[in-house]
Design a protein around this ligand. Structure first.
Ligand code: FE
Length: 393
């Protein structure tokens, strides 16, 4: 049985934050990150609106990037003491992801991460609280997805949580909040959104329900990302919606090996973190070349190319045109073409690539990729992304 799940309500448009005034409840806890929401005044505004709704409000601040198990447990404890009937998570992906996990531990204090990591195995939430998510970046779309990633720093592992129970009840997609994104973040999160939509469209779990969302998101990213990057705020508004559509698609169709590779290389090298969206942008054209060796996937990529207004005499030419277009966008957005250009040390890369390949094949996103991959093939593919060589296998 297939299932397609979205938030009950998606509010969108400038100033939509105000809808918090209309939530019905007694107590709300607001979960936020490191301070930008506070600095720009959005946190105060959210708190005021919730008070106007007649709610008692408590804050849970300072959720770190890549939120930890400890933060989740602290948040869950705060919720158990305060007993909110609304959890309002606001900011980049991290506070929203953290709040989703806090929600599960708030309602089920006896549960464990080991219980929760089995995909689609959550206990029934909404026994105590409902969940509203307000994104401040235009990329992860966690405001509409069934996913959350929590890091156990002690064990050095990431728990990817996946269950429709943690799809928020309310998403507030207010483009004014995304206006504060710096340039680089706009570029990276925008390419993350493009990757979500493309991977969802070619995923083995693609469906008539997710396809239109993915295609529209791809068209909008191609149309609006360069101007959004140049700080055109009406383009940025459209990007905020495009990433949300992409999120609706991939929450239901899942992703592929671009994400597997980004997950396992992001923190792998001593030269520093590769931002998630930047890694996706680098890998995407190489993965398209790899996946397009599968006939069904090739047709799907050719569909995308046609819907993006590209032309070609046959599917091979269309796939090539799509890769060229992504390359051109990366150039426009100052995203490097290879891991070498990104600044990863060659000796370190060679030393680690086999182990990374193995981990990437085991990533939760590999299962829905349209073409199967072995660790040896993954190693070859990663080599292509390091040196910028053609994918001919
Ligand atoms: Fe992503």
């Amino acid at each position: 049985m297939a299932r397609f799940t979205l938030p009950r309500d998606v509010y969108y448009g400038k100033g939509t934050l105000e809808v918090l005034k209309t939530l019905k409840g007694k107590k709300a806890i607001v979960v936020v990150g490191g301070g930008s929401m506070k600095r720009f005044g959005f946190l105060d505004r959210a708190v005021d609106y919730l008070k106007e709704a007649g709610m008692e409000v408590q804050l849970f601040e300072n959720v770190e990037p890549d939120p930890s198990v400890e933060t989740v447990m602290r948040g869950a404890k705060a919720m158990q003491e305060f007993q909110p009937d609304w959890i309002v998570a606001m900011g980049g992906g991290s506070p929203i992801d953290a709040a989703k996990a806090m929600w599960a531990f708030y309602e089920y204090p006896e549960t464990t991460f080991e219980d929760l990591i089995t995909p689609f195995n959550f206990p029934e939430l909404r026994q105590k609280a409902k969940f509203a998510a307000i994104p401040s970046t235009s990329g992860t779309a966690t405001e509409v997805t069934a996913f959350s990633v929590i890091t156990d720093y002690e064990k050095g592992i990431k728990y990817p949580l996946a269950d429709f129970n943690i799809t928020p009840d309310v998403a507030i997609v207010d483009p004014v909040i995304a206006e504060t994104m710096p340039e680089k973040l706009t570029a990276h999160t925008g390419m993350d959104a493009l990757t979500h939509a493309i991977e969802a469209y070619v995923s083995t779990l693609n469906s008539p329900f997710t396809d239109p969302l993915a295609i529209k998101a791809i068209q909008m990213v191609f149309e609006y990302l360069p101007a959004s990057y140049q700080k055109d705020m009406s383009a940025r508004e459209q990007m905020h919606y495009a990433q949300c559509l992409a999120g609706m698609a991939f929450s239901n169709a899942l992703l592929g090996i671009v994400h597997s590779m980004a997950h396992k290389t992001g923190a792998a090298f001593s030269t520093g973190h590769i931002p998630h969206g930047c890694a996706n942008a680098i890998y995407l054209p190489y993965v398209i070349q790899y996946n397009a060796k599968d006939e069904t996937a090739k047709k799907r990529y050719a569909d995308i190319a046609r819907e993006a207004g590209l032309t070609g005499a046959n599917d091979d030419e269309l796939v090539k045109a799509l890769c060229d277009k992504i390359d051109a966008y990366n150039v426009k957005l100052s995203i490097p073409k290879t891991l070498k250009e990104f600044g990863i040390n060659e000796d370190e890369f060679k030393e680690k690539v086999a182990a990374i390949a193995e981990l990437a094949v085991g990533d939760a996103c590999t299962g829905s990729n349209p073409r199967a991959i072995t660790p040896a093939e993954m190693e070859k593919l990663l080599n292509c992304t390091y040196y910028g060589t053609e994918v001919d296998f």
